[in-house]
Design a protein around this ligand. Structure first.
Ligand SMILES: CC(=O)SCCNC(=O)CCNC(=O)[C@H](O)C(C)(C)COP(=O)(O)OP(=O)(O)OC[C@H]1O[C@@H](n2cnc3c(N)ncnc32)[C@H](O)[C@@H]1OP(=O)(O)O
Length: 432
């Protein structure tokens, strides 16, 4: 792989806003506001001058039409000069992973030496559309010339045309919700409800412990939602009251009455944003910035959205290890996106299953049991939250920081996404 410091991509640092349950303190903010705060927080934390940023890339999933290129709006508002381009990417829950991958490629190709890669999402104010028929009539009405012509809008109008269209967290191609698909996956891999609940409880415990130890104070930018409102310092979805008995009482959230995915073992709808700084090693040195990690490699995978919608990490992990000549045990830090406890446990089971690794992934990597003492030690999306577009940069930021805290050499980040897609990224600790 690349060793020229002029084109070696390094991850300098990352930040995020607090991740809040949708409908809570960030409910009046636009995703643009959240991204603006994350980018300006990153500028403040790293000390890089806005003029030194060549490009900004932001991942997002559910788009607000007014800020279609949300990267540009957020970058401008954060003080990045108007002469510096910005673009928005979307790849479902791995959107900011894609932003980071593109940032690393721009450095590798010598097209940029400093790129901000981030992600943002609000689920508090999703675009709700009027029906297709009403939209068509409203567009037609723009051409009407006299008030009398507006009466035409009533021609053939049905009461049902007033029914709004809500965006669903579901596959376009199969109509399956993510939750229902996870239920199928958990059943396919024999993951019990008890195991899902136990994993969720552990995620909450780890996130709570990380906050208690002060770990997240260095990563999370405190922010004031509106003038006059209290400053928000912390994530608000982490629950200290998650006991096995309490979780066992919750009803299935998606597949009723026999499903195993509940509100407690699913990631919750979240508002938040993240931002990370990727530079060439040369530029980092010249700017006096100390990189945390080299972005060694990344991979995107995709598989059948009907049966393997959320199984991306189980494909991406062995493939990225194999092509970098590494074994699972060489990875000291694992950071996986926890869409659902059942999804994580199904992916881990797949990684430990010979037939899956040999016949499905077609890898020479031997099946392995995930070392849980290296896995998501600071909590994960189940407890911290999952603002779709922003999670990727959170994972990489935490992984890069853990490399130093845990004195490990390699970190592997993996995530699943709608569409049956997945991603993994390999980081190497940088101490130079
Ligand atoms: C690639 C990907 O990432 S795919 C993933 C994409 N993301 C998704 O699909 C989001 C999935 N999540 C959701 O849609 C929603 O969070 C749902 C449908 C699962 C749950 O939504 P809601 O019903 O609004 O959840 P809510 O927060 O009200 O919780 C329901 C109940 O469970 C309880 N509960 C939730 N979490 C916990 C917990 N950890 N411990 C104890 N109780 C809990 C709540 O207190 C509440 O109890 P109550 O009814 O007595 O008040």
């Amino acid at each position: 792989m690349q060793t020229d410091p002029a084109t070696t991509p390094v991850f300098i640092d990352g930040v995020r806003t607090p991740f809040l349950k949708s409908g809570s303190d960030f409910k009046k903010m636009l995703a643009y506001d959240l991204a603006r705060v994350a980018i300006s927080g990153l500028l403040g934390k790293t000390g890089i001058s806005p003029e030194a940023v060549d490009h900004t890339i932001v991942g997002t999933v559910i788009q607000e039409v007014r800020t279609a290129n949300i990267a540009r709006e957020a970058a401008l508002a954060a003080g990045i000069p108007d002469s510096k381009p910005a673009h928005t990417v979307t790849m479902a829950c791995i959107s900011s992973n894609l932003a980071l991958a593109q940032a690393a490629d721009a450095i590798r190709l010598g097209r940029a030496s400093a790129v901000i890669a981030g992600g943002t999402e609000t689920m508090s104010d999703v675009p709700i559309r009027v029906s297709r028929r009403l939209r068509a009539k409203l567009l037609e009405a723009q051409k009407y010339k006299s008030p009398l012509e507006f009466l035409k809008i009533l021609k053939g109008f049905k009461f049902a045309d007033l029914k709004p269209e809500l965006p669903a967290i579901a596959e376009f191609s199969t109509n399956d919700t993510m939750g229902a698909s996870c239920d199928k996956l958990a059943a396919m891999f024999g993951i019990s409800r008890e195991d899902q609940d136990a994993f969720a409880i552990s995620s909450h415990k780890r996130a709570a412990a990380a906050w208690e130890s002060g770990y997240y104070n260095d990563e999370v930018i405190a922010m004031q939602p509106q003038p006059g409102r209290e400053v928000v310092h912390h994530d608000n979805g982490i629950r200290g009251d998650s006991s096995p008995d309490k979780l066992a009482k919750l009803r299935p959230a998606f597949v009723k009455p026999y499903g195993t995915v509940t509100a407690a073992n699913a990631s919750f709808l979240t508002d938040g944003a993240s931002a990370g700084l990727v530079m060439s090693l040369n530029k980092a040195r010249a700017s006096g910035l100390k990189p945390m990690a080299i972005i060694k490699d990344y991979i995107f995978v995709s598989q059948d959205p009907r049966h393997e919608l959320l199984l991306g990490p189980a494909y991406a992990t062995p493939r990225i290890l194999e092509r970098n000549g590494l074994k699972p045990d060489d990875i000291g830090v694992y950071e996986f996106h926890e869409a659902f406890a059942g999804q994580i446990l199904a992916n881990l089971k797949a990684l430990s299953t010979e037939s899956f690794m040999k016949d499905k992934v077609k890898t020479s990597i031997k099946p392995f049991d995930m070392p849980m003492d290296r896995f998501n030690l600071k909590g994960g999306s189940l407890s911290i939250g999952h603002p779709f577009g922003a999670t990727g940069v959170r994972l990489v930021t935490t992984a890069a920081r853990r490399l130093h805290e845990e004195n490990a050499r390699y970190a592997l980040i993996a995530a699943c996404a709608a569409g049956g897609q997945g991603h993994a990224m390999l980081l190497e600790r940088f101490d130079g």
